[in-house]
Ligand binder design. Structure first.
Ligand code: URA
Length: 261
């Protein structure tokens, strides 16, 4: 292999690995610096800094998001295996146009998982789900409407992990190719509640065409987990009526009741 090609391949692999760490919740990677005895930290957003004020131990060992908080004891390393199995996926044509695989983000041990449709341009660029306008709305629903912390209390993913070009709806073959990974993700997390955001997510999880206006606010079951259907935040932004906002608020209060039970 030509040195340039090999270098490009290695850089791509490194980028994918760093994206994977960031998606998994890591924020820093310890680096051995030849310039200083102290390790230098690279943040996964791309900047470098000396983290001297923190104790050495905490600088050397990034906190694993896969370590469960002491209080619950659910295993979650399954999510790492799912991401590894997905690899540098080429199972459908979306791989030809995507920048990044958007696997999911948040707490891999969360009791609450939101499932959206597919990454948009912002998500494709950043490798993280719901970071654009719809993402801001979703964060508002979680943090202001439910008084939860998006990163600590929820995990967020999509039915397809790669951006459909031009933000078109994902096609049947694309959903079919990606669905096994969504199912494995949900089974690995096994949250108390899954929330399907919008018709494509609801229809994919229930295996039938869901009339979301009629069925939002209703409880269903997915692989033994409780499933709530609600509007997609992008729909809320398009149809920003009091009635629609109230509907989502009401649906999320139902979710909170189950989470607190
Ligand atoms: N819309 C989605 O359905 N998912 C995202 O990640 C972003 C916008």
């Amino acid at each position: 292999m030509a040195p340039d090609t090999e270098r490009a391949l290695l850089l791509q692999q490194l980028k994918n690995y760093l994206m994977f760490l960031r998606e998994s919740g890591h924020t820093h990677v310890p680096l051995n610096s030849e310039l200083s005895e102290l390790p230098v930290m690279a943040t996964l957003s791309g900047t470098f800094h000396d983290s001297s004020p923190q104790p050495l131990e905490s600088r050397m060992v990034p906190k694993s998001p896969f370590t469960k908080p002491e209080d619950d004891g659910k295993p979650s390393s399954g999510l790492v295996d799912v991401r590894e199995e997905l690899g540098d996926c080429e199972r459908c044509k979306l791989c030809e146009t995507r920048q990044t695989i958007v696997f999911g983000s948040g707490n891999p041990n969360a009791d609450l998982v939101f499932v959206g449709e597919g990454p948009g341009a912002d998500e494709d660029a950043q490798g993280l789900p719901f970071v654009g306008r719809a993402g801001k709305k979703l964060t508002e629903i979680i943090e202001k409407g439910m008084l939860l912390d998006r990163e600590k209390d929820t995990y967020i993913c999509n039915i397809v992990k790669c951006r459909p070009p031009g933000n078109r709806d994902p096609e049947k073959d694309e959903v079919e190719a990606c669905k096994p990974f969504l199912i494995k993700q949900l089974k690995a997390i096994r949250p108390k509640v899954i929330v399907a955001l919008g018709k494509p997510a609801a229809s994919t999880l229930l295996g039938r065409t869901v009339p979301i206006t009629k069925e939002r606010g209703t409880w269903h079951e997915f692989e033994g987990m409780k499933l709530m259907l609600t509007y997609h935040p992008a729909y809320l932004l398009r149809a920003y009526t009091l009635e629609n906002r109230q509907a989502v608020y009401d649906d999320m209060q139902k979710v909170l009741e189950v989470l607190k039970a």
